[in-house]
Design a binder for this molecule. Structure first.
Ligand code: CTP
Length: 480
């Protein structure tokens, strides 16, 4: 047998020596396992989470480690899981006793018994996550790789240690994890695994929405999220998670007129935007920007395929989708809704860029105008190089005009140049409908470019408007 590989250099953090010492004190073997080992070998930077397996009590080992550390950090114990966690500086170390797990059909919470390291490696999701590095004095740094995880890291393969059917059925979240790792690491899921995911797809329903969304976030934050969404679609999981996206799939043809496949278009937009932003919620907006197209699709003999009002319908669907996935119904959701609602605005004005249209766009988008432009630029997926250039140029013109208009009229975070109080004082009136009408008229006049966004001109405009409404200026009342 060849000498086991040694990864001593992965264990430079002083915490490992402490764990080695604590293990010796308790006379047990311990190993670092999982993501830390995987990411070290892949040179993905040093992980901040370290998972330790003890052949014995993980909780006792954590307590012993804490005793040996200078500030005896608090050990957090999770009795139900038999795990313990402590923080050492900026890293989090989780301890668990080596275990054997068996599962029942309707839960992803296993029945747990104490086991050997091999039992523990067996229960892990993927070969690349089952690699363990020994921490005992004798073999410090030796890698235990019973399933060929090192080879799979080299050949970029996602494979389960056991029969994939068992691994995925035991814990269906792993189906999402397989796809997430394939996307993040640019790995392939081996065919037997892919087949097992397809066969067990409906088991995803026993997984909490929060965990599914966690994985979706990680897929969306990858360099090329389309890889994950294509796999979710191919395996059938997407039907259970986001049927709204599936509804975008396919190309219809009537009387020789076709529309584009909005599912694959959407994925291209998500990939495009991922080159320009790491903002998770803007990436969500890209993913959902066309979801209103399925329910609004119509065929019209004269104009062909239409999706009238899809932006409005889509923004309503965002709320339902977030609610169903138990995502926060907060400012982030409102941001996504706003992006979906406004997603066609810059495109519409790009063909004829007028000052007033740009002013309205900046006014309506407010703080999110940059994000909206980033979304619209990502939305250009035409394969015709001439058109591609033309559309990008049009957006350049829109951006230039945005700067000009903003310098002149400051509509981005619009503050009315004449306040409601000033209107009330001028006409000596109480809060009333008229004030709203005048304020709206001033805003409209500014957006249309009839008056500049300046107090004195707006004040004169207000006087005129008040007169039209039959109001009398207070200072002139006695003269009448
Ligand atoms: N694990 C598993 N099945 C799961 C979740 C985790 O077998 N459903 C095992 C894997 O061995 C994994 C380890 O537990 O490596 C730690 O899990 P976790 O911290 O969730 O993931 P990491 O692999 O560390 O990766 P990431 O931090 O990217 O999620």
């Amino acid at each position: 047998m060849s000498e086991p590989k040694n990864y001593k250099e992965a264990l430079q953090h002083p915490i490992f020596k402490t764990i080695t010492k604590a293990s010796k004190n308790l006379q047990l073997e311990s190993y670092v396992i999982g993501g830390f080992v995987r990411d070290y070998i892949l040179q993905r930077g040093t992980a901040k989470d370290i998972d330790i397996v003890a052949v014995g009590s993980g909780i006792e080992l954590a307590k012993e480690v804490s005793k040996l550390l200078p500030n005896t950090p608090k050990v957090q114990i999770f009795k139900t899981y038999g795990t313990a966690m402590l923080k050492a500086g900026d890293i989090e170390v989780e301890f668990v006793g080596a275990r054997k797990e068996s599962y029942t059909r309707d839960s992803r919470n296993p029945i747990v018994e104490n086991g050997t390291l091999e039992d523990d490696q067996n229960r892990r999701d993927f070969t690349i996550n089952a690699l363990a590095i020994q921490l005992s004095h004798k073999n410090f740094g030796a890698v235990l790789d019973p399933f060929g995880g090192l080879e799979d890291l080299k050949t970029k393969i996602i494979r389960t240690p056991l029969d994939p059917s068992i691994t995925y059925s035991d814990d269906p979240l792993r189906m999402m994890r397989a796809i997430r790792f394939a996307t993040q690491l640019n790995f392939k899921i081996e065919p037997a695994s892919l087949y097992a995911i397809k066969s067990h797809k409906e088991r995803i329903e026993i997984i909490t929405k929060e965990r599914i969304v966690d994985e979706l976030h990680k897929i969306l934050l990858s360099d090329k999220p389309s890889v994950g969404f294509k796999l979710l679609e191919e395996t059938g999981l997407l039907h259970y998670i986001m049927p709204e996206l599936i509804a975008l799939k396919g190309i219809d043809e009537v009387e020789g007129q076709r529309h584009k496949d909005n599912f694959y278009h959407t994925l291209e937009v998500v990939d495009n935007i991922s080159e320009n932003t790491n903002d998770l919620w803007l990436r969500w907006a890209a993913l959902l920007h066309d979801i209103g197209k399925a329910p609004t699709k119509r065929f019209n003999k004269k104009v062909g395929w239409t999706f009238h009002g899809h932006e409005f319908v889509g923004s309503k669907m965002v709320f339902k989708l977030f609610k169903r996935l138990k995502m926060p119904l907060n400012e982030k959701m409102k941001f996504v809704q706003k992006m979906v609602l406004m997603s066609s605005r810059p495109i519409v004005i790009a063909s004829e860029v007028t000052d007033s249209a740009v002013r309205r766009l900046v006014f309506d988008a407010g703080d999110y105008i940059e994000e909206l432009m980033t979304l619209c630029e990502a939305d250009i997926t035409t394969k015709n190089p001439k058109r591609f250039k033309k559309y990008h140029n049009n957006f350049k013109i829109v951006r230039q005009k945005m700067v000009e208009v903003e310098e002149r009229d400051h509509v981005r975070n619009f503050q009315p140049p004449v306040t409601g109080e000033e209107i009330m004082e001028t006409f000596n009136i109480r809060p009333s409908r008229e004030i709203g009408i005048i304020k709206e008229a001033i805003k409209e006049a500014i957006l249309e470019g009839i008056i500049p966004n300046e107090h004195d001109v707006a004040y004169q405009f207000m006087l005129k408007k008040g007169k039209e409404l039959g109001l009398v200026i207070e200072s002139q009342k006695n003269l009448e």
